[in-house]
Design a binder for this molecule. Structure first.
Ligand code: NAD
Length: 268
């Protein structure tokens, strides 16, 4: 199989730079280019230099269509509005598309699902192996334990994060709800403040912390009378998400069009 040409959207961002490093260190793929928002001060700079590694001889641009044309697979870690527009281009060009942007509105999410009818699309709120295992374990525990176990999900992220709860916390919540055979929308408690009344049986609660440079901590708590199970994952560096996204990008080669998640990629 030939070396996969990977294009990165959001190339000047925190994840974009980690992705340039992860693609460069992986076997079987190389960075074909990266794009960021029009007017970005980093335009024209070498992608390797931006990522803190040796120069790659390719510079940051704003020509997203050209990147879709020349890449075998695109990895998108940008912002929701831009991601929805990019998913439309993936559907038009049939380019494999790996998407990690979180905080999508339902109509933006629908565009991504729709792209999966015409291109290989892999989406995950969190691309790390450890988190995906934690999601699978959460689903399993929720299947086995009845609602005498209250489920609470606590997350902490760096001070720059703009959406809450994190996409990963919501994915953990969805897994817990699936395990219980309910819809998360019907049982989620997303913001408690003031006189909230007693906790409702069967609800799934979310707690959100922000501060420092925390890459991403998640804990799922199953609390019953007199016993408690806690599943915790702590990310030490965002490179783990980038490596997972590159793993997903390599996995897309030769796959039929479809909407996939990291649970499919890892066969969980
Ligand atoms: P960031 O703000 O550092 O990077 C986002 C980049 O997108 C910026 O450089 C911004 O200029 C760029 N951008 C904005 N408009 C653009 C456009 N029109 N075209 C191209 N680029 C554009 O944020 P980040 O920390 O890198 O996170 C990015 C997203 O990825 C967030 O939604 C975050 O929650 C998500 N994320 C997902 C995972 C995962 O595993 N799925 C892990 C970490 C972060």
């Amino acid at each position: 199989m030939s070396d996969l040409a990977v294009g990165i959207l959001g190339g000047a961002g925190r994840m974009g730079r980690a992705l340039v490093r992860a693609v460069t260190e992986a076997k079987g793929c190389h960075v074909i280019g990266a794009v960021d928002a029009p007017g970005n001060p980093e335009f024209g700079k070498d992608l390797g230099v931006l990522a803190g590694i040796d120069p790659l001889g390719t510079v940051l641009t704003d020509d997203v269509r050209a990147l879709f044309q020349k890449a075998d697979v695109i990895i998108d870690f940008t912002i929701p509005r831009v991601t929805a527009a990019n998913a439309r281009i993936a559907a038009e060009t049939g380019t494999a598309y790996v998407v990690g942007t979180t905080g999508l509105e339902p109509e933006q999410q629908a565009v991504i699902a729709e792209a999966g009818t015409r291109a290989v699309v892999v989406q995950a709120a969190n691309f790390s192996l450890g988190v995906n295992l934690t999601i699978a374990l959460t689903r399993r525990l929720a299947e086995v334990l009845d609602d005498s176990f209250d489920i609470e999900i606590v997350e902490m992220h760096h001070r720059h994060k703009v959406d809450a709860p994190s996409g990963t916390a919501l994915a953990l919540g969805r897994a817990a709800a699936e395990g219980r055979g309910v819809s998360l929308e019907h049982v989620a408690d997303r913001g408690r403040d003031g006189i909230t009344g007693a906790r409702k049986r069967g609800h799934i609660g979310f707690g959100v912390l922000r501060g420092g440079n925390v890459a991403g901590d998640h804990t799922v708590i199953f609390a019953a009378d007199d016993e408690r199970i806690e599943l915790s994952h702590k990310a030490g560096d965002r490179i783990i998400f980038a490596r997972g996204a590159v793993h997903a990008a390599l996995w897309t080669a030769g796959k039929p069009a479809g909407y996939y998640t990291m649970q499919d990629v890892l066969k969980l």
